[in-house]
Design a protein around this ligand. Structure first.
Ligand code: BG6
Length: 484
């Protein structure tokens, strides 16, 4: 199978940091179809050779499992090409069309890794130049819009040019092996299904914490904030994976229909829940891994009176028969105490206690996404060393480490997603109606914050966020995983 992959934004951060390394890994593992061209597109005046040199230099800085040898890089570089384009000019698209028609590849992928403000223009111009034929796919990076209205406007204009099954909306969390393992755990085994409901589960917590701050993305981040950057997409997609009903098969639309139902079932916000069940925070100066770091307002490109949130914690419910009344907590933030993404499923306690006051937080399943990818089941057992206290229980842990089990060099999120696009597999991509529902869920919160002059709560960099997040969950009688 031959393919042409066009990377709009070909000299941008995403291409350097994620897409090129992922393509290289696929190349190295022999999964990237050999008859392929990768065409970087940007405004800079560059030759193919200069573009290849830039990529080789960038590879020095990224985390590849093993550095490529000269010979290996040279073979990869043969696939790389560069085209200078001004994305507002029809003539540029004609040049692209000519380049593509000349070769007539089986599959053509247009990956729009540019500022979202260019999505509409790029799609319109591709269609005008006849580059929206059925074998052409378009990949759009998040964020798709700033709110429901702008998301709809983008989706509508993209759909004028491409049909839904040609549109690949990326949420890279769906490409993470751990998320696929979560689906495999739920729908490949009968064990969990009878337990996966309100009668047995007390609450579910989704945590995505980062140690990093806003890095060099200050102005972008300040317009975006944690709600749009992480909750509207990654966190809600995790919530769908954990909360959805079993799909009737593994086809893209069967899975996406079930995720959509979850999003539609999220409990509507009220003035009370908006003020009591959502916490926004912003990091102040602090210490991360022993290093003093500045607060958000001191970061480059951030206005000194910014009220953008770098932390969100919220409580929601999926209002259906399976989950009614079970709190789902979401928490995400930058400059927190650790880089950690996991989902914690807390089961209800035993209905009647026959052992002497057991100590420890057990009865829980933890699905680890990063830095570790695996499953932990926390249980009580009778410790062999307890000779005197026959009845005492100790917490123990069943630990399945997928990196150890399957090897750490497994296919990464972008590698998986890029290969899926090239092969036309839509399962791990987000449909427009899912996106719209997710915006419908977060929009009342964003509106509420706009009107609320108190602003975000400060938290010290290197902490677990504002204490109000702990107070929120404590009102239900629970605590976050690190507090147990
Ligand atoms: C991106 C966000 O989508 O996800 C970033 O824009 C965030 O702000 C990143 O850092 C987190 O991804 P990961 O895979 O490192 O958890």
């Amino acid at each position: 199978m031959s393919f042409d992959l066009v990377l709009f934004g070909g000299t941008g951060d995403l291409v350097w940091r994620k897409l090129m390394p992922a393509l290289f890994q696929a190349f190295r593992h022999g999964t990237l179809p050999a008859e392929g061209r990768i065409i970087g597109v940007a405004r800079d005046e560059l030759s193919d050779t200069q573009y290849r040199d830039l990529i080789r230099q960038r590879f020095e800085k990224v985390d590849l499992a093993k550095r490529p040898s000269e010979e290996e890089f040279a073979r990869f570089a043969d696939m790389l090409h560069y085209l200078r384009m001004d994305l507002s000019q029809p003539a540029s698209y004609e040049a692209l069309a000519e380049l593509l028609t000349h070769r007539n590849a089986d599959n053509v992928v247009m990956y729009v890794a540019t500022a979202p403000s260019l999505f509409t223009t790029v799609c319109e111009q591709l269609a005008a130049a006849g580059m929206n034929k059925p074998h052409v796919k378009i990949v759009l990076e998040k964020p798709l819009g700033h709110d429901l209205a702008s998301n709809r406007a983008i989706n509508e204009s993209v759909r004028q040019a491409f049909s839904e099954n040609q549109i690949f909306r990326i949420d890279h969390y769906l490409g993470k092996p751990a998320v696929q393992n979560l689906l495999a755990m739920r729908f490949g085994n009968a064990l969990f299904e009878p337990l996966w409901r309100r009668e047995t589960i007390a609450n579910i917590q989704i945590t995505i914490s980062e140690e990093l701050g806003v890095e060099k993305r200050g102005p972008f981040y300040d317009r975006t904030g944690a709600m749009r950057d992480m909750v509207q997409n990654h966190a809600l997609q995790l919530l769908c994976a954990i909360g959805m009903e079993p799909p009737i098969n593994s086809h893209a639309d069967a899975i996406r229909d079930e995720k959509l139902k979850v999003l539609r079932s999220l409990k509507a916000w009220t003035p009370t829940t908006l003020s009591q069940q959502v916490v926004r925070g912003q990091y102040a100066a602090g210490t991360v891994e022993g290093v003093a770091v500045p607060g958000y307002l001191q970061e480059a490109g951030i206005p000194e009176d910014s009220t953008t949130e770098t932390f969100v914690a919220l409580r929601t419910e999926i209002a259906n028969w399976r989950w009614a009344g079970v709190p789902f907590y979401i928490r995400t933030g930058k400059r927190l105490a650790g880089r950690d993404a996991h989902i914690e499923v807390n089961f209800r306690p035993t209905p009647h206690e026959i052992y002497q006051s057991p100590q420890g937080k057990v009865n829980r399943l933890i699905i680890n996404l990063q830095p570790k990818d695996g499953l932990e089941l926390h249980l009580f057992a009778q410790g062999a060393s307890n000779r005197r206290q026959q009845q005492a229980l100790s917490p123990v842990q069943l630990d399945l480490d997928f990196d150890k089990r399957f090897g750490a060099d497994r296919v990464g999120a972008y590698e998986r997603l890029l290969l899926d696009v090239i092969h036309g597999r839509l399962n791990l991509f987000v449909r427009s109606d899912e996106q719209e529902e997710a915006w419908r869920f977060v929009e009342p919160i964003l509106e509420h914050w706009k009107a609320d002059t108190t602003g975000p709560r400060p938290y010290a960099a290197g902490s677990w966020g504002p204490s109000a997040a702990s107070a929120m969950i404590a009102r239900d009688g629970y605590c976050w995983s690190e507090e147990s």
